[in-house]
Design a protein around this ligand. Structure first.
Ligand code: SF4
Ligand code: SF4
Ligand code: SF4
Ligand code: FES
Length: 949
């Protein structure tokens, strides 16, 4: 293995706008002909023929700036020596990139830089990986005539406040790459060049330490810095990397690709991969820096067992742990029946691992009691989009954003949940696209540096269906329907019924204003902008799905896109921003109790026949139990054993007390995870899991993109998760296949699942990634779906009647709680809490409007009791007008907050996706953690004991 070095062409590639072409320009560079698109820089044109012009301030991820003057060239017939990074090609131009004069000039420039640079190359963290060092070599600098004694910056103090990278201004050459990366790539605008001339230096925020500034620690500036000024602490600690592999982030559904750069067996850093088609070389703090959990001291790498959940754990061998698991499953099935056991697949694990767990349940447990965490997040997306369009996934690729004119963001908080995609959205907004935000909370996208939403509709939690249907009302009433699209692509009768329905008076903006709190005029203006503003795309998240009418809102969104013809081309579409790294994949792989891989119903004889033949078993045609049904059945005494791979249902699922009651009622809970998570507190067998760094496989992101996950280090427990599932099947005496490598599991998926027919590891390696469907019709995959026709044939308009949730505020619980997550933490926090990311978010806090706080005598930072009809917890408050009066908000990253003790058992009518986003609550002053929290902490501490040898 060697270190992967991507080419740097110096300035960005020139691409034509959608539907246009760019003229080509032919010029001569050092006597060689080169043809490039008009608008290309001389530097890039030269790089295309392999001529490397020395540079410092230019890099092809950022617009040219022209400050370092190192890239000077001569152009025949022109006076002077222009910078090749900022000078564009012209037909017939003849360029000289190197001669005595240029060499002299470049040497002179380098001399000035080096005279103000510490000469500590041998002990510098970037030694061997420094563009300044390289450039000095390229221009042949051997001496500095000015000496090093004059005024300089070589003793400037370092800023080491950020836990992941240092800023050493003594090494800064003021090339502005960091400033531009923060602006252009990340869109945070945290950096400036402070001062003038010789005194100028890079400053974070208002000239403050990085940690106190607006910096969100995405690492873009560090990646862009050509010197050791901004450098990863790990590089300083371990040394410069020497080999690398490309893999995929295991946090969110954006699916960023990284070069995992190693030195010997140690991971040194994760560098965003420029060829990663989802992230295009960008990253967020989690993927870039928060991977230390993989070797955290609390990681468990040895199997453990115990008789009762009150006993301490006992470390044991794989044989004993798997043997115990198998004998318990067999015993329980013999005693309580075939359906008394089930499994939960993980949206954090690979496609291949997920596929095997559902296969084990269906072919080994001989029932369909398998479910996944998508149940609690995007199951309404799957159902809603399959009903309207015929497929359970988003319609676009992320590149599509570059052609979008209007973004409608509803129930999503991209800057925190999907940060790398948010940066791309912000870039497009800065280029002139318009933004409509529909959210109870004033999320960062509403206003942040250089972007401002055209409209923010701050609706009351629980009123999505009403508001989206009111948008449709305006579109139909004002004649803004794209009648041609509807006539050609959609079912006419259903459209007629739908338009009659949306015109009904209860769907008018005025009626909806009364229940949603959104002014009618704002609804009208939003509808007009969406329908008439050009290419309009809808982006939504869990603020849409996690409601009792989650599926209805998804359908309402799909209706809106069809009615305006915003589907089937770049720049438009319906884009669910999927939460977990592989939540799309876990659904694709057949993790739901009613569906086999590829979203084919278990009751369908032909589909069962395909899998029955491949797996050599007869499959049960009856859908199995969903997670919540398994827990209900456990409380009722009919469900007795659960195999949970990589999920923490005790923390992540709603109504924690009920989840815990279900787990406690089971006779055998098998948890496979990296850590003794909250669910493991109720487990009898613990199988150590592997992190994404330790295995091969694939993840599928929110744009249906299948990305490779490649092994970076050896599995710490000795076995990858997919191998453990196979061994569990062996111990049970069932054959779920023999695979030498996960690629063979993917081959089986391709054999059995038409939308994956063309997917293989060889194809993935060749193309980098593939968006399903990938088959004979689309051998290279499908970036944009429903281009000429919907997958189901005609698009289907659905009636979306608004039925208010039964969870309403009232005298006892007068406020509405909604939940979400924050940039630095990830979901239940099992990984991010075990990294320095906790420095940004040490505890969950409750956001409350100052008016509501004052009424209750609550001040900033006070402990409060947060109570609902399901339970109560305590946490600290933050006073903010980001939430409207009557609404409170918290995150759920820390187990001791137990935010899900508060959430209720209400759920989506179609999919049982829990209603996390609306809980009626009361907030009152408190002195500290509640009794439940203290009990819980005691129980957790007891449960995590490990017996001495
Ligand atoms: S880490 Fe990201 S947000 Fe922070 S200064 Fe650098 S580019 Fe800006
Ligand atoms: S910190 Fe690095 S990227 Fe920023 S101006 Fe200094 S040398 Fe250039
Ligand atoms: S945006 Fe998501 S996939 Fe990308 S680095 Fe961040 S957490 Fe990972
Ligand atoms: S690389 Fe062209 S001026 Fe710096």
């Amino acid at each position: 293995m060697s270190l992967i070095q991507e080419a740097d062409f110096g300035t960005p590639e020139i691409k034509p706008a959608l539907g246009t072409t760019i003229a080509s320009v032919t010029l001569k560079i050092d006597g060689f002909d080169v043809t490039v698109p008009e608008g290309t820089s001389i530097m890039r044109a030269a790089a295309q023929i392999g001529t490397k012009i020395p540079k410092l301030c230019a890099t092809d991820t950022l617009n040219a700036f022209g400050s370092c003057r190192l890239c000077l060239v001569e152009i025949e017939g022109r006076a002077g020596t222009p910078a090749s990074c900022t000078t564009l090609v012209a037909p017939g131009m003849s360029v000289i990139t190197g001669n005595e004069r240029l060499r002299k000039l470049r040497k002179g420039v380098m001399e000035l830089y080096i005279s103000d640079h510490p000469l500590d190359c041998l002990t510098c963290g970037a030694n061997g990986d420094c563009e300044l060092q390289d450039a000095a070599g390229e221009v042949g600098l051997r001496d500095v005539r000015y000496g090093y004694q004059g005024e300089n910056h070589t003793h400037s103090a370092k800023d080491v406040s950020n836990p992941y990278f240092d800023y050493d201004p003594s090494k800064c050459i003021v090339c502005s790459r960091c400033v531009r990366a923060c602006e252009e790539t990340q869109g945070t605008f945290a950096l400036t060049i402070d001062g003038r001339g010789f005194g100028s230096r890079v400053a974070a925020g208002q000239n403050e330490p990085f940690m106190s500034s607006e910096c969100v620690s995405c690492g873009a500036c560090v990646a862009a810095c050509p010197t050791a000024t901004l450098i990863e602490k790990k590089v300083v600690e371990i040394g410069t990397p020497e080999h690398s592999v490309v893999t995929t982030c295991a946090y969110c559904g954006v699916g960023c690709q990284f070069k995992a750069e190693m030195r010997g067996p140690e991971l040194v850093r994760m560098v965003p991969y420029k060829d990663g088609k989802a992230n295009r070389g960008h990253s967020c703090i989690k993927g870039r820096f928060a991977w230390g959990y993989a070797t955290h001291r609390e990681r468990k790498t040895v199997p453990m067992v115990r008789e009762r959940i009150t006993d301490p754990w006992r470390e044991t061998t794989w044989e004993e742990a798997l043997g115990r698991a198998a004998s318990e499953i067999k015993r329980i099935q013999a005693k309580y029946g075939r359906s008394s056991v089930g499994g939960i697949t993980s949206s954090r694990c690979t496609n291949e691992e997920t596929y095997l767990v559902q296969k084990l349940v269906r072919a080994g447990f001989h029932n369909n009691n398998v479910d996944t965490c998508a149940r609690v997040c995007h199951s309404p997306t799957g159902f809603g989009l399959s009903q309207t369009y015929g497929t359970s996934a988003g319609t676009q690729d992320f590149d599509s954003i570059e052609h979008c004119d209007v973004m409608l963001v509803i129930g999503a908080n991209p800057t925190d949940g999907h940060p790398v995609f948010a940066s791309r959205m912000k870039k497009r907004l800065r280029a002139g696209a318009k933004l409509i935000v529909i959210d109870p909370r004033r999320i960062d996208m509403v206003r942040s540096p250089h972007i401002e939403a055209a409209m923010h509709l701050p609706l009351q939690p629980g009123t999505n269906v009403a508001v989206v249907t009111a948008l449709a009302h305006v579109i139909v009433a004002e004649g803004l329907v794209n009648t041609e699209f509807v006539r050609e692509r959609c079912d006419a009768e259903e459209f007629a019924a739908w338009s009659d329905f949306v015109l009904e008076p209860q769907n008018s903006p005025e009626s909806v204003e009364k229940l949603s709190g959104v002014p009618a005029d704002l609804i009208r203006r939003a509808a007009r902008l969406y329908a008439t503003g050009g290419n309009a795309a809808i982006f939504y998240g869990l603020g849409v799905t996690e409601h009792s009418q989650g599926t209805t809102t998804v359908m309402a969104i799909a209706n809106l896109a069809m009615a305006t013809g915003n589907i089937g081309r770049p720049g438009v579409g319906v884009n669910p921003l999927r939460g977990q790294n592989n939540v799309q994949g876990s659904c694709d792989m057949g993790s739901f109790p009613h569906e086999l891989p590829g979203y084919r119903h278990i009751s369908d004889d032909a589909t069962r026949e395909i899998f029955g033949r491949e797996w050599g078993v007869a499959l049960d045609p009856e859908p199995g139990l969903r997670i919540n049904n398994m827990l209900d059945a456990a409380v009722d005494g009919t469900f007795k054993a659960l195999y949970v791979q990589g999920e923490d249902i005790a923390q992540s699922d709603p109504d924690s007390k009920h989840v815990i009651a279900g787990l406690e009622a089971m006779e055998c809970v098998i948890v496979q995870d990296l850590f003794l998570n909250e669910t493991a507190n109720y487990a009898h067998i613990f199988l150590p899991g592997t992190s994404f760094l330790e295995k091969d496989g694939t993840f599928t992101n929110a744009e249906r993109r299948i990305n490779r996950v490649r092994k970076v280090i050896k599995p710490l427990p000795g076995l990858a998760d997919w191998e453990v599932t196979l061994k569990l099947a062996d111990a049970l005496g069932v054959n779920i296949g023999t695979y030498a490598h996960p690629s063979e599991i993917m081959d089986e998926v391709a054999r059995t699942t038409p939308s994956f027919a063309g997917v293989s590891y060889a194809a993935l390696d060749a193309q980098g990634s593939i968006q399903w469907p990938c088959n004979e019709e689309a051998p290279e995959g499908t970036p944009v779906m429903h281009i000429d026709r919907f997958v189901r044939g005609e698009g289907r308009f659905m009636i979306t009647e608004y039925i208010p949730t039964e969870e309403r505020s009232g005298p006892r619980f007068p406020l509405l709680l909604t939940t979400g997550r924050i940039l630095s933490q990830y979901n239940v926090g099992a990984q991010t809490r075990r990294t320095e990311n906790s420095r940004w978010h040490e505890e969950d806090v409750l956001e409350i409007h100052p008016h509501d706080a004052e009424q209750r005598g609550i001040r900033e930072g006070n402990w409060v009791r947060l109570a609902s009809r399901a339970g109560e917890t305590s946490l600290r408050v933050r006073l903010t007008d980001r939430v409207a009066p009557g609404v409170v908000y918290t995150t759920f990253h820390h187990p001791l907050t137990q935010a899900n003790v508060i959430t209720t058992d209400f759920s989506d009518w179609a999919t049982n996706c829990p209603e996390y986003k609306v809980t009626a609550v009361q907030v009152s002053p408190s002195n500290g953690p509640s009794e439940w929290q203290e009990d819980y902490q005691r129980h957790s501490d007891l449960s995590r004991r490990i017996a001495a040898e």
